[in-house]
Write a protein that binds this ligand. Structure first.
Ligand code: IYR
Length: 218
Protein backbone atom coordinates (compact mmCIF):
# COMPACT_ATOMS: atom_id res chain seq x y z
CA UNK A 1 0.00 0.00 0.00
CA UNK A 2 1.13 3.56 -0.69
CA UNK A 3 1.82 5.38 2.61
CA UNK A 4 -0.58 8.27 3.19
CA UNK A 5 0.80 11.81 3.35
CA UNK A 6 -1.04 15.06 4.17
CA UNK A 7 -3.00 16.57 1.30
CA UNK A 8 -2.27 20.26 0.89
CA UNK A 9 -5.48 21.75 -0.48
CA UNK A 10 -5.57 24.76 -2.75
CA UNK A 11 -8.16 26.89 -1.05
CA UNK A 12 -10.15 29.77 -2.46
CA UNK A 13 -13.08 31.81 -1.14
CA UNK A 14 -16.45 31.29 -2.85
CA UNK A 15 -15.99 34.55 -4.72
CA UNK A 16 -12.54 33.51 -5.90
CA UNK A 17 -13.93 30.13 -6.93
CA UNK A 18 -16.67 31.73 -9.00
CA UNK A 19 -14.21 34.13 -10.62
CA UNK A 20 -11.66 31.43 -11.36
CA UNK A 21 -14.24 29.01 -12.78
CA UNK A 22 -15.62 31.76 -15.00
CA UNK A 23 -12.26 32.91 -16.28
CA UNK A 24 -11.18 29.30 -16.93
CA UNK A 25 -14.41 28.74 -18.85
CA UNK A 26 -13.84 31.91 -20.88
CA UNK A 27 -10.32 30.76 -21.68
CA UNK A 28 -11.36 27.20 -22.59
CA UNK A 29 -14.12 28.56 -24.84
CA UNK A 30 -11.35 29.96 -27.01
CA UNK A 31 -9.82 26.52 -27.63
CA UNK A 32 -10.42 25.34 -31.16
CA UNK A 33 -9.21 22.39 -33.19
CA UNK A 34 -6.98 23.83 -35.90
CA UNK A 35 -6.20 22.36 -39.30
CA UNK A 36 -3.93 25.17 -40.49
CA UNK A 37 -0.56 25.23 -38.75
CA UNK A 38 2.47 27.50 -38.98
CA UNK A 39 5.94 25.92 -39.14
CA UNK A 40 7.11 28.35 -36.43
CA UNK A 41 9.18 26.36 -33.95
CA UNK A 42 7.93 25.67 -30.43
CA UNK A 43 10.51 25.18 -27.65
CA UNK A 44 10.96 21.57 -26.57
CA UNK A 45 10.55 22.64 -22.95
CA UNK A 46 6.96 23.72 -23.61
CA UNK A 47 6.16 20.27 -25.03
CA UNK A 48 7.85 18.60 -22.04
CA UNK A 49 5.71 20.63 -19.63
CA UNK A 50 2.55 19.89 -21.60
CA UNK A 51 3.24 16.16 -21.48
CA UNK A 52 3.97 16.22 -17.76
CA UNK A 53 0.66 18.06 -17.27
CA UNK A 54 -1.16 15.35 -19.23
CA UNK A 55 0.59 12.76 -17.12
CA UNK A 56 -0.97 14.21 -13.92
CA UNK A 57 -4.26 12.62 -15.04
CA UNK A 58 -5.90 10.04 -12.79
CA UNK A 59 -5.72 6.46 -14.04
CA UNK A 60 -7.10 3.04 -13.18
CA UNK A 61 -5.07 1.60 -10.25
CA UNK A 62 -2.65 4.47 -10.90
CA UNK A 63 -1.10 2.52 -13.76
CA UNK A 64 -0.56 5.66 -15.88
CA UNK A 65 -1.10 3.54 -18.97
CA UNK A 66 0.14 6.06 -21.53
CA UNK A 67 3.18 6.82 -23.65
CA UNK A 68 3.54 10.16 -25.41
CA UNK A 69 5.69 9.80 -28.51
CA UNK A 70 6.96 13.19 -29.58
CA UNK A 71 7.99 13.63 -33.19
CA UNK A 72 9.92 16.70 -34.29
CA UNK A 73 12.10 14.91 -36.86
CA UNK A 74 10.96 16.05 -40.35
CA UNK A 75 11.73 12.64 -41.91
CA UNK A 76 9.51 10.81 -39.41
CA UNK A 77 6.79 13.44 -39.74
CA UNK A 78 6.83 12.86 -43.52
CA UNK A 79 6.57 9.09 -43.05
CA UNK A 80 3.58 9.59 -40.74
CA UNK A 81 1.94 12.00 -43.21
CA UNK A 82 2.36 9.59 -46.13
CA UNK A 83 0.98 6.64 -44.16
CA UNK A 84 -1.90 8.64 -42.68
CA UNK A 85 -2.87 9.99 -46.11
CA UNK A 86 -2.78 6.48 -47.58
CA UNK A 87 -5.30 5.32 -44.95
CA UNK A 88 -7.42 8.46 -45.17
CA UNK A 89 -7.60 8.27 -48.97
CA UNK A 90 -9.06 4.79 -48.60
CA UNK A 91 -11.42 5.91 -45.86
CA UNK A 92 -12.80 8.90 -47.74
CA UNK A 93 -13.19 6.91 -50.96
CA UNK A 94 -15.27 4.03 -49.63
CA UNK A 95 -14.47 2.92 -46.08
CA UNK A 96 -16.53 5.60 -44.36
CA UNK A 97 -20.31 5.31 -44.53
CA UNK A 98 -22.48 7.79 -46.45
CA UNK A 99 -23.85 9.03 -43.13
CA UNK A 100 -20.32 9.60 -41.79
CA UNK A 101 -19.25 11.52 -44.90
CA UNK A 102 -22.44 13.54 -44.70
CA UNK A 103 -21.77 14.40 -41.02
CA UNK A 104 -18.20 15.45 -41.86
CA UNK A 105 -19.15 17.55 -44.89
CA UNK A 106 -19.75 20.76 -42.84
CA UNK A 107 -16.17 20.49 -41.51
CA UNK A 108 -14.77 20.34 -45.05
CA UNK A 109 -12.17 17.69 -44.20
CA UNK A 110 -10.63 15.40 -46.81
CA UNK A 111 -7.72 12.94 -47.05
CA UNK A 112 -5.03 15.62 -47.36
CA UNK A 113 -3.15 16.04 -44.07
CA UNK A 114 -0.42 18.65 -44.78
CA UNK A 115 -0.38 19.71 -41.12
CA UNK A 116 1.35 16.43 -40.25
CA UNK A 117 4.51 17.83 -41.89
CA UNK A 118 4.01 21.51 -41.16
CA UNK A 119 3.31 21.47 -37.40
CA UNK A 120 6.62 21.56 -35.50
CA UNK A 121 5.61 18.69 -33.20
CA UNK A 122 3.40 15.65 -33.46
CA UNK A 123 2.44 14.06 -30.15
CA UNK A 124 1.33 10.49 -30.75
CA UNK A 125 -0.46 9.16 -27.69
CA UNK A 126 -0.32 5.41 -27.11
CA UNK A 127 -2.43 3.52 -24.62
CA UNK A 128 -0.99 0.52 -22.82
CA UNK A 129 -3.39 -2.39 -23.14
CA UNK A 130 -1.27 -4.01 -20.44
CA UNK A 131 2.10 -3.38 -18.80
CA UNK A 132 5.22 -5.30 -19.73
CA UNK A 133 7.49 -5.52 -16.72
CA UNK A 134 10.64 -7.43 -17.54
CA UNK A 135 8.73 -9.44 -20.13
CA UNK A 136 5.90 -10.18 -17.69
CA UNK A 137 2.35 -9.07 -18.48
CA UNK A 138 0.57 -6.97 -15.81
CA UNK A 139 -3.03 -5.81 -16.18
CA UNK A 140 -4.10 -2.19 -16.72
CA UNK A 141 -7.62 -0.99 -15.90
CA UNK A 142 -9.97 1.51 -17.51
CA UNK A 143 -7.28 2.16 -20.08
CA UNK A 144 -9.35 4.14 -22.61
CA UNK A 145 -10.94 6.23 -19.87
CA UNK A 146 -7.53 6.96 -18.30
CA UNK A 147 -5.82 7.84 -21.57
CA UNK A 148 -8.87 9.85 -22.70
CA UNK A 149 -8.65 11.95 -19.54
CA UNK A 150 -4.88 12.40 -20.04
CA UNK A 151 -5.57 13.59 -23.59
CA UNK A 152 -8.09 16.11 -22.21
CA UNK A 153 -5.41 17.44 -19.89
CA UNK A 154 -2.96 17.47 -22.82
CA UNK A 155 -5.26 19.58 -25.02
CA UNK A 156 -5.95 21.99 -22.14
CA UNK A 157 -2.22 22.35 -21.43
CA UNK A 158 -1.54 23.01 -25.13
CA UNK A 159 -4.21 25.72 -25.15
CA UNK A 160 -2.89 27.14 -21.87
CA UNK A 161 0.55 27.56 -23.47
CA UNK A 162 -1.01 29.61 -26.30
CA UNK A 163 -0.55 26.82 -28.82
CA UNK A 164 -3.08 25.03 -31.01
CA UNK A 165 -3.73 21.37 -31.70
CA UNK A 166 -5.88 18.97 -33.63
CA UNK A 167 -7.25 15.68 -32.32
CA UNK A 168 -6.48 13.58 -35.35
CA UNK A 169 -7.48 9.93 -35.61
CA UNK A 170 -6.40 8.49 -38.94
CA UNK A 171 -8.12 5.17 -39.22
CA UNK A 172 -6.85 2.52 -38.90
CA UNK A 173 -3.76 3.86 -37.14
CA UNK A 174 -1.63 0.79 -36.51
CA UNK A 175 0.94 2.27 -38.95
CA UNK A 176 1.96 4.52 -36.04
CA UNK A 177 2.96 1.52 -33.97
CA UNK A 178 5.21 0.36 -36.81
CA UNK A 179 6.75 3.71 -37.75
CA UNK A 180 7.46 4.57 -34.11
CA UNK A 181 8.54 1.02 -33.31
CA UNK A 182 6.33 0.70 -30.24
CA UNK A 183 6.13 -2.52 -28.23
CA UNK A 184 3.20 -4.88 -28.71
CA UNK A 185 1.39 -3.77 -25.52
CA UNK A 186 1.04 -0.20 -26.84
CA UNK A 187 -1.84 0.82 -29.12
CA UNK A 188 -2.10 4.18 -30.93
CA UNK A 189 -4.83 6.28 -29.33
CA UNK A 190 -4.60 9.82 -30.70
CA UNK A 191 -2.36 11.84 -33.02
CA UNK A 192 -2.02 15.46 -31.93
CA UNK A 193 -0.16 18.00 -34.09
CA UNK A 194 0.94 20.94 -31.93
CA UNK A 195 2.15 24.37 -32.92
CA UNK A 196 1.06 27.89 -33.75
CA UNK A 197 -1.81 28.63 -36.11
CA UNK A 198 -0.92 29.62 -39.66
CA UNK A 199 -1.33 33.32 -40.39
CA UNK A 200 -4.93 33.93 -41.35
CA UNK A 201 -5.98 30.44 -40.16
CA UNK A 202 -9.73 29.88 -40.10
CA UNK A 203 -11.98 27.51 -38.14
CA UNK A 204 -15.52 26.35 -38.83
CA UNK A 205 -18.17 28.57 -37.26
CA UNK A 206 -19.41 25.97 -34.78
CA UNK A 207 -21.88 26.38 -31.94
CA UNK A 208 -21.33 24.63 -28.62
CA UNK A 209 -24.27 23.10 -26.79
CA UNK A 210 -25.77 25.09 -23.90
CA UNK A 211 -25.72 24.09 -20.22
CA UNK A 212 -29.36 23.02 -20.58
CA UNK A 213 -28.50 20.76 -23.50
CA UNK A 214 -25.56 19.06 -21.83
CA UNK A 215 -26.72 18.70 -18.23
CA UNK A 216 -29.57 17.36 -16.11
CA UNK A 217 -29.87 18.46 -12.47
CA UNK A 218 -31.68 17.04 -9.45
N1 IYR B 1 -10.10 10.66 -39.64
C1 IYR B 1 -10.62 11.44 -40.77
C2 IYR B 1 -12.09 11.63 -40.69
C3 IYR B 1 -12.63 12.44 -39.59
C4 IYR B 1 -13.46 11.82 -38.68
C5 IYR B 1 -14.06 12.55 -37.69
I1 IYR B 1 -15.36 11.64 -36.44
C6 IYR B 1 -13.81 13.93 -37.57
O1 IYR B 1 -14.40 14.67 -36.56
C7 IYR B 1 -12.97 14.55 -38.49
C8 IYR B 1 -12.39 13.80 -39.48
C9 IYR B 1 -9.85 12.74 -40.91
O2 IYR B 1 -9.06 13.09 -40.04
O3 IYR B 1 -10.05 13.45 -41.90
Amino acid sequence: MFPHIPYHPVSFTETESIERSKSFLDYMKRRRSLRFFSDQPVPKEVIENIIMTASTAPSGAHKQPWTFCVVGDPAIKSKIKEAAEDEERESYSGRMSEEWLHDLAPLGTDWHKPFLEIAPWLIVVFKKAYELEGGEKRKCYYVSESVGIACGFLLSAIHNAGLVSLTHTPSPMNFLQKILDRPENERPFLLVPVGYPAEGATVPDLRRKSLEEVSVWW
